[in-house]
Design a binder for this molecule. Structure first.
Ligand code: ZN
Length: 310
């Protein structure tokens, strides 16, 4: 049975902006985030407290957090790579409701991404999750390459569930499963989430798909049918994973919202308003973005004849 409503975390300001070759000005980031908030998004990942020599595009994390206003019903989050990043995030507990941590499902991807073994990453994450929880922050962990890895191929769900259970035991309230390089298919996704909801009962399970091979929305539908009601997406289909180069695009928030709302599932988000953020981002970036609703506009069932002006 399909859920009546779905929660969407907008990750474009982090997952999207960090993958742009040009660094977007802080004031432009804040303007785009403002449009996203006006569109009804209630969970937004604003930035990452990563080292600025690693991801210079997000070196203004403090400025973004300082410039953002708290809003009723809105939960801001930031990605935190390690304990040092967490210490920076802890300067903004007045603004942040959640912090997101990450780890890869395979040794090769974890090594390429953070130059550590999974065990080393989990050891530090367990400490960081404890410290963040003690400071009143809700903890999310996203497991990258949960379905397929560009270095190691198919990933066994048991491997992913084992990592997820460690993170839940450490105090994570929510686990995200990332198809980081767009290798998953809908059948695999459906079977994965049916098993995941049995293994991780009581934990919010979130799906994070990339549209690298055009299967992002199909995978979202498969997850939905398997009972998932929490998604991450990126306005304008911004974003990608730096390893390997060329793997691009989270599913577009406006495409996901468009599909769900047309199916009668409440998201609280106005896809036409998200399109305004994507159109503004196109102007700032000076290139066309990949979202479909941005190109075609939301579905209009009234047709031109029925419109009042006609
Ligand atoms: Zn992603």
């Amino acid at each position: 049975m399909l859920p009546a409503e779905v929660s969407i975390r907008e990750v474009g300001p982090r997952d999207g902006f960090q993958n742009e070759p040009e660094t977007i000005r802080t004031e432009d980031k804040l303007r785009l985030i403002g449009i996203l908030l006006d569109a009804g998004l209630r969970r937004i990942e604003l930035t990452s407290f990563v080292r600025s020599d690693v991801i210079p595009q997000l070196s203004d994390a403090e400025e973004v957090l300082s410039g953002i206003e708290p809003r009723d019903g809105v939960v801001y989050s930031a990605l935190v790579p390690n304990l040092r990043g967490l210490d920076r995030a802890l300067g903004f507990t007045d603004k942040l409701g959640e912090v997101s941590f990450f780890c890869s499902a395979t040794e090769s991807h974890n090594r390429a991404n953070v130059n550590r073994s999974i065990e080393e990453s989990l050891g530090e994450l367990e400490q960081a999750v404890g410290k963040a929880s003690d400071s009143g922050l809700r903890c999310v962990s996203v497991i990258s390459v949960s379905f397929g890895c560009p270095y190691e191929g198919r990933v066994e769900p048991e491997t992913v569930f084992g990592i997820a259970e460690r993170l839940v035991a450490a105090g994570c309230d929510e686990i995200g499963f990332g198809d980081t390089t767009g290798m998953a298919n809908p059948r695999q996704v459906g079977e994965f989430f049916v098993a995941a909801s049995e293994r991780l009962d009581g934990t919010e399970l979130t799906a994070h798909f990339h549209n690298t091979r055009g299967q992002g929305l199909a995978n979202a539908l498969a997850a939905l049918e398997a009972g998932v009601c929490s998604f991450e997406s990126s306005f304008g289909e911004l974003g990608g994973c730096p390893f390997p180069p060329g793997a691009t695009g989270n599913i577009a928030t406006e495409d996901l919202v468009g599909m769900l709302e047309e199916m009668g599932i409440d998201t609280g988000v106005d896809s036409a308003a998200v399109v305004r953020a994507s159109a503004a981002a196109q102007e700032i970036l000076g290139r066309p973005l990949g979202s479909h609703v941005l190109t075609a506009g939301p579905v209009d069932w009234s047709g031109p004849e029925q419109s009042p002006e006609a």
